[in-house]
Design a protein around this ligand. Sequence first.
Ligand SMILES: C[S@@+](CC[C@H](N)C(=O)[O-])C[C@H]1O[C@@H](n2cnc3c(N)ncnc32)[C@H](O)[C@@H]1O
Length: 494
Amino acid sequence: MLIELRASDDRLRGPKALDAAPILTSAYKAAAESPQDLSRLRVVCDFIQYRQNFRDAVEVRRVEPWAIEPGFDATDGQSWEIAIDLRRAKPETIEASIKRSFANGAAAADETRLPLEDWRPGSKSLIWGFNGLYWKALSLWEQATGKGYESALPGGQSDARNVEAARELILDLFELWDNLASRRALPEELYVLEIGVGNGNQAAAFLDEFRRLNREKGRGYYRRLHYLMGDYSPHVLELARKNVAHHAEHVSSLVLDALRPTETLGFLRYKAFLVYISNVYDNLPTDEIVRIGGHLFQVQTRAVFSRSAAESLAATINARPENLPEVVARLLRLGPELLAEVLPEHFPSVGDAVAFWRAAWEALRLEERYVPLIELDTYEIAPDIGGELLRPIVEANGDLRMHVSNGAATSFADTLPLLHPHGVLQCHDLFVTDVHQYANGFRGPGKYDGSVVNWVNGRLLSAIGNRRGFDVTFAAFAHRTGANVLTMTARARD
Ligand SMILES: C[S@@+](CC[C@H](N)C(=O)[O-])C[C@H]1O[C@@H](n2cnc3c(N)ncnc32)[C@H](O)[C@@H]1O
C-alpha cells in the first residue's frame, strides 16, 4: 500500500501546517479493514485550495488493469486509488466514506450518484459546456451573484488592468518599431491581438497608455495601430467594446475560438507584433495523465450529481432526478433565457433557470477512473502534436499526475503562426514550470464562480514552442508580488 501526500511544505509543517496524522490514521484503518488487495491500493492526499471544486472530501477511483492478456479476468485483482482532500476530510467520517465507496464502486453502478454523461477524457467533459455558458451568459450570472468575475481570479483581481505592465510592453514595441522604421522595414499597419478579453480592462489600459506614450514620445504609431479583440463570447466582446469606445477607430472585435485563432484571423499571419493572452489558458479544456509504477494512464472523468443533490435540484424545478441529465444538456445547449422559454413548467422565469444553473454548477462533481494509455504516440495532445512530446516531461520525475493542457497547447500552436518574425506572444497565467510542482500541490480543476480553472503545463508549451523555432520563457509577474501568476513570453529564435 502506498500513501502519498501532495501538499506544499508549509501545509505539512510550520505555523500553517494542518494536522494530517488523524486523517492518515483513519484512512489507513479503513483501507486495512477493506477486502481490497493492499498491494494494489494507493491513498493520495491533496490539499485542495479551491473552496469550490469537483470532488467530495473522499473519493475512490478504479485503476483499470494494465496488462489485459488472454484469459485475464478484469474483475480480478483490481487496483484502487483513494483520494482524500486534506482540507475538508474529517478523520471521523473517512472510514465510513471509504467503506461506502468501495461497496458502491465495486458494484456495476454507483447507486449514490447520478451520472450526467458517459466516461470520457477530461477535455471532453460536460464541465466545459458549463464553462462556455458562463462566459456567454455572464451578465445573468453576475446579476444573480452581485459579483464581477474578476473577484474570483487569483488575488481577487486581474493583472490585465495593470498600467505598469502595459507601459513596459508598449515601450518594447516602440523600440522594436523604431528599429524597423530606421531600416524601412516597418509595415504601415501595426497589429496587436488580444485573445480572451473579458471585460476589456486590459485593452483599455493598453490603449490609454499607448496613446499617452505615443504623444509623450512624439511617435505616429497610434494612428497606425489596429487592436484586435478576440473572444468566443459575444456578450463579453460587447462589454469590452464599450470599455474601449473612446478608441473605437483603432479597435475591432471578433468572435473567435481561442483554440483556432487562424481560422478567423488568416489575414493576420506573420503580422501581429504582440499577441496578449491573460487568464485564458487556465480556462481551456484539458486531459490529465497519471503515471503509476512506471505505467501511464489517462484520467477519465464522468460528471455526476450525488443522489441527494439530484433530489433537491429536481424538487426545485418540479422534475424527477432522472430527468436532470436531459435538463442539464438543454441548459448547456440553449442557455437560461431560452430554457425558460421552452420549459416554462419547470422554469417560470429566467431567474429560475439561472438559479438552477448555479445550483447545478455547485452540485457538480467529477468521478474519475484511470485507463491504461499504452501507446503514447497514438495519443493526440492537439492537432498535429503527438503524445510523444509528453514522454520526457511525464518521465522526468517518477510517478506523478499532471495536466496535458490540450486546450492551451492547441491555442498556443495555432497562435504562433500569426506572429510577425519580430513579434511576441505574452501570456499571464497559472503555469507549472517544474513537473515537481505536480507532486507538492493541487493544480486543478477548481471552480471559479461559474468557470473552470486548471494550472497550465508550461513544460509542454515550451516544448511545443521550441519545436517551432520559438524561445519560451517564464518569469514572475513583475508588477504584483505574492501572486502565483507567471508571465510566459514566446518569440522567434534569431
Ligand atoms: C478569466 S477571463 C480573462 C479575461 C481577461 N483576459 C483578464 O485577464 O481579466 C477568460 C476569458 O477567456 C474567454 N475564453 C475562454 N475560453 C475561450 C475560447 N475557447 N475562445 C475564446 N475565448 C475564450 C472568456 O470568454 C473570457 O473572456
